[in-house]
Design a binder for this molecule. Structure first.
Ligand code: MN
Length: 731
């Protein structure tokens, strides 16, 4: 048995916890056997490393299984095929196997020096992969021992490892609240990353410490005397700020060395929270405090659970000194963070307690502590914050964060829309996988592309999870496939139209689509069909308008039936209304022609009994009529109406509206007016609207006898040069 393991057994013994020594010994023997022919760079036998890691793990207070896993942590990765997870499970149980598996997966993550955002993603991935928090603690202990023995490695390897430690592991330790590990990792990393800066800080610290040590001891003595008088239980010890935090203040924040106020700190550790505040009062009586340097992390803990009172006071010699006042429990948490719960609690509750903290930690990693409102965040604790995210690697080692449940297609579009559009297949961890596969944390995903790829399939829209991918696929269709989209869009619309159980002519269908397009403010029917084709508009929106339009058609065709045959009693006309219209039943009533549709003799008409204004006569296909004719409350107010037989042959008394779309030429208005004059048609009104740079709309009102007369006027106007369209306009 290796001497170092014998030492570990002594540490286990001294820890005061009940470890399963037999199981730990078995794990050691198994690991020793597997590593027996391996030697570390330093020359010592490999097993020294896992034993050292296990010892640090014990220092954090972790349990038997974690100690076994620490001893076994490098066996899977470093011992070839000699051992696998099932074997470990059989020998040491599921718990140990899962821990070893977890640590092995973390070992396999390649950290590459990248941008801050990537580093943050790495930290998150790291945590997301460590389903059991003990995994991350074992990994931190592994890294700490590697840092302690980094000297044995060649220079380039030292730099990479130190950088990784500074960027990923020290922040993790910090956020887990394990200050002891965090500070050691930072100091060791700094030593390798900036040996000159490190030496400079160390020499300052030693000089200043040497200069002020007497003072510091005197202050400590004064405080001890005072507190003893007051009768409070307390412990006190002094410390010098960590090398790296001084380094940061001096080199990163540009402070002068003597501006570092919290260079010295005295810690006063007492029993209860109330004692902390009483002691604070005593300290402020004894010393002058530095304004703005008081911080109460007891009432407002730091996100990593750190609690303490900080105040900076000026000693008699004018040297600032930081006082930290806290309880024993707060002190333990300050040193060990979450691990304090293993270290200082025992029994069944300990694990449960730790589980509760896990969600907490996930949250810690997720957010920057400076932007978080502590109270709010405590109240929104969730069981597992990372359930809604998946972290996967590109082949180059970049981490891509995807919403949970995302497919490989989502991944491809997350990389770049061109990668998605040219995608022909995909690989997960080097093996071909279906493109609708859902990758899991830590997998390496590679997208296979081809220049001749046909582009995304429409089915992908139903597969993808992210709106980003969906919108990129739509963009592609919008751009690349207009003709196809229109065909697809038309198919969709016609499928819908069939559902109304009404046989529509092609003309009707086209007019429906055009109306729907214009109601949706879409430039043309084809544009609408194109949008439907690439899913650029929700079918729900379209269907709503389709229903309206189909209903209109159905209603307009219902009118003659309902009015003439079923509902309205037709009586022979008795008397002319005096306006050329015969209204059934009603004698001598006031008749007027509606301004909404301007009926002409020859048009199919009906009458509507207005309230107090006689009867208004409308064309049967007037939009206003169609709108209300089938509503029960109005039905009784419609009456049949027809033209007197000879009406419309005598005078041009009826006003007719004509809308003309024409090319805008100098002689256009003259052409129209002279032609009307030649036909003996009186012109009542004319106005124009410019439609585009070259076209114009001319609205005219003319005196007209009847529909035949009207048609002849339209025909004449249509025959004129430059006139594009002539229609019966409503005012
Ligand atoms: Mn290791």
């Amino acid at each position: 048995m290796h001497q170092q393991f014998i030492d570990l057994l002594a540490v286990l013994e001294a820890s005061g916890k009940s470890y399963n020594i037999a199981k730990i010994t078995e794990a050691y023997e198994f690991a020793a056997l597997l590593h027996c022919d391996q030697v570390r760079k330093s020359g010592e036998s490999y097993i020294c490393h896992p034993i050292a890691v296990a010892e640090i793990v014990v220092g954090l207070g972790l349990d038997t299984d974690a100690v076994c896993a620490a001893l076994l942590h490098d066996t899977i990765e470093d011992c070839g095929d000699a051992v696998d997870i099932p074997t470990i499970k059989k020998k040491f149980g599921e718990d140990v196997a899962n821990l070893v598996d977890g640590v092995t997966k973390l070992i396999r993550i390649q950290f590459i020096d990248t941008e801050e955002q990537q580093i943050e993603n790495l930290r998150k991935m790291f945590l997301a992969m460590s389903k059991d928090i003990r995994v991350i603690f074992i990994k931190l202990c592994d890294r700490l021992h590697n840092m302690r023995t980094l000297d044995a490695k060649p220079e380039p390897k030292r730099r990479i490892t130190a950088l990784e430690t500074m960027q990923v592991f020290a922040p993790l330790a910090h956020r887990l609240g394990v200050q002891t590990i965090k500070q050691e990792l930072e100091t060791l990393s700094l030593f390798y990353l900036d040996p000159i800066g490190y030496a400079e800080i160390r020499s300052h610290v030693e000089t200043r410490y040497g200069r002020d040590i007497d003072f510091l001891q005197r202050v400590q003595q004064d405080i001890e005397n005072k507190l003893r008088e007051s009768g409070h239980e307390f412990e006190i010890d002094g410390r010098v700020k960590s090398t790296y935090s001084i380094y940061k203040k001096v080199f990163e924040q540009g402070k002068r060395f003597d501006e570092v106020y919290d260079f010295f700190a005295l810690r006063i550790i007492t029993e209860t929270e109330a004692d902390c505040y009483i002691i604070l009062g005593i300290m402020h009586e004894m010393f002058k405090s530095v304004p703005g340097k008081f911080k109460d992390y007891i009432s407002t803990p730091k996100p990593n659970m750190y609690r303490s009172i900080h105040t900076t006071v000026i000693g008699r010699d004018g040297v600032p000194i930081e006082l930290q006042i806290r309880t024993h429990e707060m002190h333990n948490i300050a040193d060990y963070g979450v691990a304090a719960h293993w270290k200082y609690k025992t029994g069944a509750n300990a694990q449960q307690d730790i589980d509760q903290k896990l969600s907490w930690i996930a949250k810690l990693i997720e957010e920057d502590e400076s932007t978080r409102d502590h109270d709010e965040y405590l109240s929104t604790l969730k069981i597992d914050i990372f359930h809604d995210e998946t972290f996967v690697f590109t082949p180059k080692g970049d981490v891509v964060t995807l919403p949970y449940g995302s497919t490989l297609i989502d991944f491809a579009y997350a990389i770049h829309s061109e990668v998605g559009n040219k995608m022909t297949g995909a690989k997960i961890n080097g093996a071909i996988a279906p493109i609708d596969s859902v990758p899991v944390n830590g997998q390496i995903v590679e997208i296979l592309t081809s220049k001749s790829a046909k582009g995304p399939s429409r089915d992908w829209l139903k597969i993808v999870k992210t709106s980003e991918a969906r919108s990129k696929i739509r963009q592609w269709y919008k751009k690349e496939k207009r003709t196809e989209n229109i065909t697809v869009g038309r198919g969709e619309v016609e499928k819908e139209l069939k559902k109304y159980g009404k046989i529509l002519t092609e003309e009707q269908r086209n007019s429906i689509i055009a109306s729907v397009a214009s109601r949706l403010c879409i430039a043309s029917a084809d544009d609408l069909l194109n949008m439907i084709g690439y899913s650029g508009i929700s079918m729900q929106k379209v269907i709503l308008r389709l229903t309206d339009e189909v209903t209109k058609i159905v209603k307009s065709e219902e009118i003659p039936e309902t009015l003439l045959v079923e509902d309205v009693v037709v009586k022979p006309a008795k008397k002319s209304s005096g306006r050329g219209v015969i209204i059934d039943e009603l004698d001598g009533c006031d008749v007027k022609f509606s301004k909404c549709c301007n009926p002409l003799p020859g048009d199919s008409i009906l009458g509507f009994i207005t309230k107090g204004h006689g009867i208004s006569v409308h064309k049967k296909d007037c939009p206003n009529v169609i709108d209300i004719v089938t509503r029960d409350e109005y039905r009784e107010r419609f009456v049949t109406a027809k033209w007197e037989s000879n009406e419309g042959s005598k005078t041009n008394t009826f006003e007719a509206f004509i809308q003309i779309l024409a090319e805008n030429t100098l002689t256009l208005i003259a052409d129209i007016t002279t032609n009307l004059a030649n036909m003996n048609v009186s012109l009542h009104q004319i106005n124009t609207q410019t439609k585009s740079s070259s076209t114009i709309v001319v609205n005219i009102v003319v005196g007209c006898k009847n529909t035949d007369h009207y048609r002849s006027i339209l025909a004449r106007l249509k025959s004129l040069p430059n006139i594009l369209e002539v229609s019966r306009g409503f005012s």
